[in-house]
Write a protein that binds this ligand. Structure first.
Ligand code: SF4
Length: 379
């Protein structure tokens, strides 16, 4: 458990992100944590490089509203301050602390307070000896490092462990997690490290994280992006959504357009997407299709859909044909229907616009969970 969030052992895959503020700037950090939580972050990590950051933790933990992970690298003192502050997890590599007596001190304190520790092995900061042994930070090197770190904690009788083996190279990252999944039962935190800006980072993360999740490997994820961390949460949720592992974001189905399109599908879809983002609707699937050839099938299958024809488009709602609407009223009609369906979903589930429950599906590390269905919104 990371606070109230279960990680592993069949729990829904959780989405994490990390604040970019200076942690000792409590107000800025809390604002960002709240933004992340509002977007759907289940767990938020904060960097604790200095004592001032550690001193800020009690307030951040109390006011954060989501489980907080303190990212500690080398300092026993900061780790102990974080434990005292009541953080919900530590990210710490015992190998960095070196002195077994100090490792024991942290492990005992964390154990007493039931605070799990994530061991975070990273290709960029791998032990030089392992890099020398393998020639570069290979998947095998990352796994050897992770098993060594796990061993250091287990020697102290500490087993509440979560592990990551992040690499910036996607095939290497996938190989590392596959190997690690065969060697440990600890829950795995997935991520492609230093993935870059969303332009490249989303593709890398989707491939790395998505491939593993599709195989049933992974219990919690972070899409690391050189961007506002809110983007990390949005994309993380979309990955889980696309795999059917969670259902707490809407799904916009749109055709790519072609010579058959009866209107500007790209502009229409962008308009619909922007409007839907502002509407705070419960999760639903909306389809925007450019013609009457392939359009009606997809539009009918979605919760709401439009298939454009010459001068007008066919509006579908929950599989039923509602009627023809002129092009200049298509967006408005679709959004009105989306609102009506959204209100119906909320009324049926007893939730409000602010209080939508997250719809989740079981997704442990094994067996593969791709075929697990999704419950109704608000479940
Ligand atoms: S739905 Fe129609 S317009 Fe869109 S890509 Fe398919 S054939 Fe082309």
């Amino acid at each position: 458990m990371v606070g109230s969030v279960q990680v592993g052992d069949g729990a829904p895959v959780s989405v994490q992100s990390m604040t970019t503020t200076k942690t000792d700037d409590v107000q800025a950090t809390l604002i960002q944590i709240h933004e992340l939580a509002t977007q759907g972050a289940d767990i938020v990590r904060v960097a604790v490089p200095h004592e001032a950051d550690a001193r800020a933790l009690p307030l951040i933990v109390r006011e954060g509203g989501v489980p907080i992970v303190a990212d500690i690298h080398f300092s026993v003192r900061l780790a102990m301050m974080a434990v005292e502050a009541g953080v919900h997890a530590l990210r710490l590599n015992p190998g960095n602390i070196r002195n077994p007596r100090h490792v024991k001190e942290v492990a005992d304190a964390a154990k007493e307070r039931r605070i799990p520790i994530r061991i975070g092995v990273n290709a960029g900061s791998l032990d030089k000896k392992l890099v020398a042994k393998y020639g570069r930070p290979t998947a095998e090197a990352l796994v050897e490092s992770a098993l060594y770190e796990i061993g250091l904690l287990e020697e102290q009788g500490f087993y509440d462990i979560k592990v990551s083996v992040k690499h910036q190279n996607v095939p290497e990252m996938i190989a590392a997690y596959r190997q690690l999944a065969d060697r440990t039962d600890a829950p795995l935190h997935l991520g492609v490290t230093e993935a870059g800006t969303p332009k490249q980072g989303v593709v890398k993360s989707t491939l790395g994280i998505g491939t593993l999740l599709a195989e049933g490997i992974g219990d919690t994820i972070r899409v690391s992006l050189t961007a506002d961390p809110v983007e990390e949460v949005k994309y993380g949720k979309q990955i889980l959504n696309a795999l059917g592992l969670r259902k707490d974001t809407g799904d916009l189905v749109a055709c790519p357009s072609c010579g058959r399109a009866e209107l500007d599908v790209v502009a229409l879809t962008e308009e619909v997407e922007a409007a839907l983002e502002k509407m705070d609707l419960p999760p639903m699937q909306v389809a925007v299709m450019g013609c009457e050839v392939n359009g009606p099938g997809e539009a009918r299958d979605a919760d709401i859909g439009i298939a454009a024809g010459p001068g007008r488009g066919l509006l579908f709602s929950k599989g039923k044909q509602i009627g023809w609407v002129p092009h200049d009223r298509l967006v408005q009609s679709l959004l009105e229907e989306a609102q009506r369906i959204g209100d119906e979903i909320r009324a049926a589930s007893g939730t409000t616009a602010d209080g939508d429950g997250v719809v989740v599906t079981g997704a442990g590390r094994r067996p593969p969970t791709m075929s697990i269905g999704m419950g109704p919104p608000g479940e």
